[in-house]
Design a protein around this ligand. Structure first.
Ligand SMILES: Cc1cc2nc3c(=O)[nH]c(=O)nc-3n(C[C@H](O)[C@H](O)[C@H](O)COP(=O)(O)OP(=O)(O)OC[C@H]3O[C@@H](n4cnc5c(N)ncnc54)[C@H](O)[C@@H]3O)c2cc1C
Length: 387
């Protein structure tokens, strides 16, 4: 019988960082990932580290700790995460009031600098001056999210952890105790299982009768091969409609506790360039209760291109490939981390806000807490899962 201390379901950045941190605590860890070639939110992520975005003591502290962790992660893990400090430029629509929009950022730990159109175009020469009324500039961090995830997994393997490319299809149960995980090929036993399955977390748990407030959006985006053009910053809109969409998730997805079969979409035009010169152009976010919803790729790609071209016209003819993935979030806390009561032997680590900055630092704190260290932040988060 194959037995482990911890089984982790899902090898995106959440599962990979947690697997590494648990292996650092000398636990015997197994990661189960359904796709040998990853096709998840981590692969298609911009890679931005919004460490400036804390709005209360908890998120400000985690923002500070999160960016410090990233600054030394390449050295700690012995392989490159492609971390760098990079300005974030938030575009303000031509018809909007720059001062009013800048004011909406007063609640964040770091206040952005309001740039005139001229200043914005000096900082990011590819911007279309006719499309904007100005920009907000913030100090941001940047990693390659998938490379960071692979580096975490490698470090976990070096610590004695294992990874198997098998889909978790069910849990082994003894009443309300979870004893392990079933895949098509095997049954794996563990003292504890942690679900880090991104946008599929909710449906995976629902099939065993565990309901969590972990939702997802369908994200649609375009990736390009390396290009000669050089972006100096990460470009995103100052008003991101995605946050309002996520805030309304409960009402959009449910009606009197029943899942609705409706979809609502928004488009936040953004672009990031990676160190190899490739680009990610995004993104459409759609909320629906159906994780298997289908989209018209050509039509959706055209919508993204139209909005991106408006802000950055030089990207008009850039060749690219359309992609789709699920992005998990929740509307209770910055993450859902802790026990899934009344069950024992099963925990959750998913649904993050600003995942790339918060998941690695919370993985560290969570693993140490699971090993017996007191942690007021994790205890606070663990309480939020309880209904
Ligand atoms: C275009 C875009 C831009 C983004 N930009 C940013 C950004 O700048 N900054 C930021 O912080 N966040 C950003 N995000 C969000 C961020 O990328 C995600 O929140 C994060 O990558 C989620 O990581 P995860 O590990 O929780 O989930 P995922 O990366 O989705 O990984 C979950 C994994 O679980 C696996 N899985 C699911 N079910 C099973 C099963 N039954 N058995 C085995 N394996 C299973 C999946 O195959 C998948 O590999 C962006 C997302 C997108 C799409």
């Amino acid at each position: 019988m194959m037995t482990y201390d911890w089984i982790i379901i899902g090898a995106g950045i959440s599962g990979a960082s947690l697997a590494y941190e648990l292996s650092q605590q000398k636990f015997k860890v197994l990661v189960l990932e359904k796709d040998p070639i990853p096709d998840n939110a981590t692969v298609y992520s911009y890679g931005g580290l919004a460490y400036w975005s804390g709005t209360d003591e908890l998120t400000r502290q985690l923002g500070r700790e999160g960016i410090e962790l990233h600054r030394q992660l390449t050295e700690e893990l012995g392989q490159d995460t492609e971390f760098r400090e990079l300005d974030l430029v938030l575009t303000i629509d031509r018809d909007a009031d720059p001062q009013a929009i800048a004011k909406t950022y007063d609640r964040f730990a770091t206040k952005p600098q309001l740039l005139s159109v001229k200043e914005a175009c000096e900082l990011e020469p590819l911007l279309n001056p006719d499309a904007i009324a100005g920009c907000l500039q913030l100090p941001h961090g940047h990693i390659h999210a998938q490379k960071t995830t692979e580096v975490y997994l490698q470090a976990c393997l070096r610590n004695g952890g294992e990874i198997k490319y098998e889909r978790a299809i069910d849990f082994v149960r003894d009443n309300q105790r979870i004893l392990g995980v079933e895949t098509k090929l095997n049954t794996y036993y563990a003292a504890n299982t942690i679900v880090c399955a991104g946008g599929l977390t909710r449906s995976l748990l629902l099939q065993t009768g565990i309901e969590v407030d972990n939702y997802f959006t369908h994200a649609q985006l375009i990736t390009t091969p390396p290009v000669k053009l050089e972006l100096q910053t990460i470009v995103m809109p100052a008003i991101q409609q995605r946050f309002a969409l996520e805030a309304a998730a409960r009402d959009l997805v449910f009606d009197n506790g029943k899942e609705k079969n409706e979809a609502r979409s928004i488009l936040d035009a953004g672009v990031v360039q990676f160190l190899d010169g490739s680009l990610c152009l995004g993104q459409i976010s759609t909320i629906t209760s159906n994780p298997h919803a289908k989209f018209d790729a050509a039509a959706e790609e055209a919508k993204i291109r139209q909005q991106v071209n408006n802000i950055l016209p030089a990207l008009e003819k850039i060749p690219g490939t359309y992609h789709h993935c699920l992005v998990a979030f929740n509307d209770r806390a910055i993450a859902l981390a802790g026990k899934l009561q009344p069950f024992t032997g099963i925990q959750l680590f998913s649904g993050f806000t600003s995942t790339l900055v918060f998941a690695p630092i919370l993985a560290r704190r969570f693993a140490r807490w699971l090993a017996g260290e007191a942690d007021a932040i994790i205890e606070q988060l663990a309480k939020k899962i309880e209904k």
